[in-house]
Design a protein around this ligand. Structure first.
Ligand code: PPS
Length: 570
């Protein structure tokens, strides 16, 4: 059943010649210009280089309606995913059909000209239902549609001026025509493409190699490096992993190329889209597995798509796309045989070993063993470099409490104890230091306090990202602001909120700096606890009482907490 005759002739691109591009670039200086979002840059690159052939630009309204309703543009061409240019209302108000606009990247470089033919307000709920299967914000693309994408779409043909600039892995990026030329040169008539957004382990290496052997074809590892599912391993780490795996295939059977695609996680429709894109890149076969491009669970905790929906839809359209589906075999390790087998061919009475994604992340986090039967040591090394165990990651301890509650004193003691242990650099962002070096122009209004705390949060998040320990000790009287800081830091490491719960009466009794007296006399305005609010943290990681407990003990309680969280080793 050879449905595919490979035709490796060049595919049409949307670029103009070099000379025309220079002239257009010069003239485009006078045009209205749109700064493309990261996702739009990905889409534009594939429009221009033929990855999205036969599209000639961002979808017009009629094409969009067809694509949303029945996966076909107005002229009947199969196209499953809306490629649209979403803009904000203010920009849309300035554009009428008939206008040319310059499309620029984040640095302001003009990449293309869009000749606008259509402008409309899409029905996003319909788009979500039809394209992604449900208008449910748990789907990353539906969330993007409603909460990130602009309210108005512009459509029309593109005139390509230049490719988006990439500074990373340049030699590993290929346009469809570059890959076609490569396949022609090395005589690869049949090529199986493997789409991926995850690091490859031994099971993947086995299944891709088998797929290629069954199709008597060569193999193209074709990972997505544009945008994948939020929370995925970053593409820098993944590409280093792929490079390690590439060495494990027999020489000259397999190649690897990076695809700057912005995935939508649209399951079945996405699989069809991926197939069209691989066909355009000169491939004859495409591996589709269980739950291809699945977005995870919906807001009811159920899968968005059935496990084989993608394979079914793909099969229905493979002849029209001109690429043949290769079924993805779930491979498992059989201990007694010390070999991988397809899950349905495991010899009877043998022991199957498997490590799930969740288990792998746990082992990385806790620095536990990852066996060689599961992954290649070079891959594990790269993953460990990116996700060191918790006791080697950065974190932030954030003390909050009234003036004179003892925050600074405990924070200081904690810093000294952590420095005694060594291993990670420790920075104390004490109130005085911060107000002198970061916030010297600020006072104590709500607005100024918020700015002050967010600056502290930003610095602490950078320290955390870089593997250090940040200790902060501001009053930080507002819950919402503390939450914002937590979110900034949790993107990179642990956040430990410590409420120093000294009562206002006790602070006033101690009155170490004489400030409470001045506040009572009205000589200091907006004084926390006296004439300004302090919102007590409801769920801090730790609450310490300072009345009748000495500083050393308070600091020790923090150390115990850090140990119990695995952030420091006893
Ligand atoms: S905040 O709310 O988190 O931005 O405050 P912070 O940066 O921690 O600064 C608190 C220290 O500033 C002194 N101070 C005041 N505190 C509260 N309210 C008013 N109006 C005020 N004016 C000056 C006070 O010494 C605080 O220091 P600590 O170390 O907390 O006692």
């Amino acid at each position: 059943t050879n449905i595919v005759q490979n035709n490796l002739a060049p595919i049409p691109e949307l670029y103009v010649s070099y000379d025309s591009a220079q002239k257009l670039k010069h003239d485009a200086g006078n045009l209205l210009s749109w700064d493309l979002t990261a996702r739009q840059v990905c889409d534009l690159e594939l429009l221009m280089n033929g990855g999205f052939y036969p599209l000639k630009g961002f979808l017009t309204e009629a094409d969009y309606d067809g694509v949303v309703e029945n996966m076909r543009t107005a002229d009947g061409t199969l196209w499953p995913i809306p490629i649209t240019l979403d803009v904000n209302q203010a920009f849309a108000d300035k554009v009428e059909p008939g206008t040319d606009i310059a499309l620029r990247d984040a640095e302001g470089v003009i990449l293309a000209i869009l000749s606008v033919t259509d402008k409309w307000v899409p029905n996003k709920a319909r788009e979500a239902e039809k394209v992604f299967g449900a208008d449910d914000l748990a789907h990353p693309a539906v969330n993007y549609l409603h909460n990130v994408a602009g309210p108005v779409y512009l459509g029309g043909p593109i005139t390509g001026i230049q490719q988006p600039v990439h500074y990373d892995f340049k030699a590993r990026r290929d346009t469809p025509n570059e890959l076609r030329a490569f396949f022609r040169k090395v005589g690869w008539n049949k090529v199986v493409a493997f789409q991926t957004r995850n690091p490859l382990h031994r099971a993947h290496q086995e299944l891709t190699f088998r797929a290629a052997r069954e199709a008597q074809a060569n193999l193209l590892i074709h990972p997505v490096v544009g945008m994948t599912k939020p929370g995925d391993v970053d593409h820098f780490t993944r590409v280093r992993c792929y490079e390690a795996v590439l060495d494990k295939y027999p020489a000259s059977t397999t190649s690897m190329s990076l695809l700057n695609l912005a995935m939508r996680m649209a399951g079945p429709r996405e699989a069809v889209w991926h197939g069209i894109i691989r066909k355009n890149h000169g491939c004859t076969h495409f591996i589709v597995g269980r739950d291809h491009a699945g977005p995870g669970k919906n807001s009811q905790g159920k899968d968005f798509y059935g496990p084989y929906d993608a394979q079914e839809l793909f099969q229905k359209h493979q002849a029209e796309i001109g690429i043949e589906m290769v079924d993805f075999k779930h491979m498992v390790y059989v201990q007694e045989k010390a070999q991988y087998y397809p899950a349905n061919e495991v010899p009877e009475g043998t022991t199957v070993l498997d490590i799930s994604g969740t288990e792998l992340r746990r082992r990385l986090r806790e620095g536990l063993e990852i066996p060689e039967w599961f992954s290649f040591p070079e891959v594990v090394t790269q993953l460990r470099r990116t996700s060191p165990p918790r006791d080697k990651q950065g974190f932030t301890v954030f003390f909050t409490g009234l003036s004179g509650s003892g925050k600074s004193t405990i924070a200081n003691a904690l810093m000294v104890k952590l420095m005694e242990m060594g291993g990670r650099p420790v920075t104390l962002l004490d109130g005085d230091v911060v107000r002198k070096h970061l916030s010297s122009e600020l006072g104590f209004s709500k607005e100024h306090r918020d700015i002050n705390i967010k600056r502290i949060g930003y610095v602490a998040s950078e320290i955390t990202k870089n593997g250090g320990i940040a200790i902060c000790a501001p009053i930080a009287p507002y819950t919402a602001t503390r939450r914002a800081v937590r979110e900034m830091i949790e993107a990179y490491g642990a956040f430990i909120e410590v409420h120093v719960a000294t009562s206002v009466e006790e602070c006033e009794r101690r009155d170490r700096k004489g400030l409470y007296k001045l506040a009572r006399e009205g000589k200091i305005k907006e004084f926390t606890g006296i004439s300004d609010p302090y919102e007590v943290p409801e769920n801090p990681e730790l609450r310490v009482e300072t009345e009748n407990v000495d500083v050393d003990n308070c600091a020790h309680q923090v150390i115990l907490k850090l140990e119990s969280m695995g952030l420091i080793k006893a």
